[in-house]
Design a binder for this molecule. Structure first.
Ligand code: SF4
Ligand code: SF4
Length: 197
């Protein structure tokens, strides 16, 4: 990933951006650009900005540049960067906050990698919300129906074979206390609405 130069103008900078997305802005500002996070990241190779570069953009306040990148969408929440960062910065949480902000602002377009990742999360969580655990068939159908309807037809044979071998089921397997799961979702929504990091 090549370094990119910017002709910075006052209008491009949002100095409150770090505070918006980082659980601890002061800590994020202590990043020494050592690159340990990037070296630890399993998906950095596919990101348009590496994690190290992304923190720098956030520090500077290049909000639009950060939000239009694919970097945070490709974060798998593995926590390798957070565990290894010598400054103890909450990097994984910052990636998650960026995803939430982009979704809240409707930035993910269905045809883009951002849109597909956002839909993946939505389909997954909707299925867990409904049944208390993932119903794989429903998840795959809703995901492909939204991101690649033509591809859904192509997945039919694969789905049939998986069902035949008992790997997935057409009927959902539901947990006994679905009310408890619904309560967890409600609480998460309350926390997000209240601006929890
Ligand atoms: S590991 Fe921590 S200090 Fe090093 S570049 Fe990444 S965020 Fe900055
Ligand atoms: S938590 Fe995300 S950014 Fe950090 S190493 Fe894992 S995939 Fe990369």
């Amino acid at each position: 990933m090549a370094e990119k130069a910017f002709n910075l103008t006052r209008e491009m900078l949002d100095h409150s951006f770090a505070e918006t997305v980082a659980p601890d802005r002061e800590k994020l500002l202590t990043c020494i650009q050592c690159g340990t996070c990037t070296a630890s990241c399993p998906t950095a190779y596919a990101m348009d900005y590496t994690p190290r570069q992304l923190w720098r953009l956030i520090q500077v306040g290049l909000r639009e540049e950060v939000l239009k990148s694919n970097t945070y969408w490709l974060c798998t929440n593995c926590y390798s960067c957070t565990i290894r960062c010598p400054r103890g910065i909450s990097l994984t949480e910052t990636m998650a906050a960026l995803k939430r902000l982009a979704i809240a602002q409707g930035l993910e377009k269905p045809s883009t990698i951002q849109g597909r990742v956002a839909r993946f999360y939505r389909s997954f969580m909707d299925s867990v919300r409904r049944h208390g655990r993932l119903h794989e068939s429903e998840f795959l159908i809703t995901y492909f129906a939204h991101t690649n309807p033509l591809g859904l037809a192509g997945q039919g044979r694969l789905g049939f074979n998986l069902c035949r071998k008992g790997k997935i089921s057409l009927a959902p397997s539901e947990v006994k206390k679905r009310g408890d799961i619904a309560a967890i979702f409600r609480k998460a929504q309350e926390l997000e609405a209240g601006g929890a990091p």
